[in-house]
Design a protein around this ligand. Structure first.
Ligand SMILES: [Fe+2]
Ligand SMILES: [Fe+2]
Length: 144
């Protein structure tokens, strides 16, 4: 199993979790939206944690590159966490307009972030790291 395939698959799942929340919010289906939001948040934060606790440290240790892509990725995770916080507020206030507007910013950020990971960081990881071992450690933290 390639790291790229394993983690890109989680990106697809998280995209779908968000799309489901957005649909429920658009339809004014607030209770369903809250339920779906919890799932989206839990899985997205788990994906970030898997990268931050396993992939990034392994990448830094094996390549010696500590001030490059992993630092940028960590910073973007923090930006994404802030936006998820704002989405949660908008949801609590049942503010559809605010939710969809913050959601648009979230999607722009996360699509660019995911593209960088899938095109640069993951392929470099597959090249330099012990793929099987890393995928096993990632799986140990749970499934997205
Ligand atoms: Fe990431
Ligand atoms: Fe990722």
């Amino acid at each position: 199993m390639f790291i790229t395939q394993y983690l890109a698959d989680e990106h697809r799942k998280c995209d779908q979790f968000y799309a489901d929340v957005e649909k429920a919010v658009s339809e004014g289906n607030w209770e369903e939206a809250e339920r779906l939001f919890d799932l989206f948040k839990e899985k997205t934060l788990l994906h970030f944690r898997k990268e931050e606790e396993v992939l990034f440290p392994e990448f830094e240790m094996r390549t010696g590159i500590t001030m490059g892509p992993t630092q940028v990725m960590r910073f973007e995770h923090q930006q994404a966490r802030d936006l998820i916080q704002r989405l949660e507020e908008a949801l609590k206030n049942r503010n559809k307009e605010e939710f969809l507007s913050v959601g648009e910013s979230f999607m722009v950020l996360i699509q660019q972030h995911n593209m960088k990971e899938e095109q640069i960081l993951y392929p470099m990881s597959d090249q330099h790291l012990d793929r099987e071992e890393v995928v096993m450690k990632l799986s140990d933290l749970g499934e997205v």
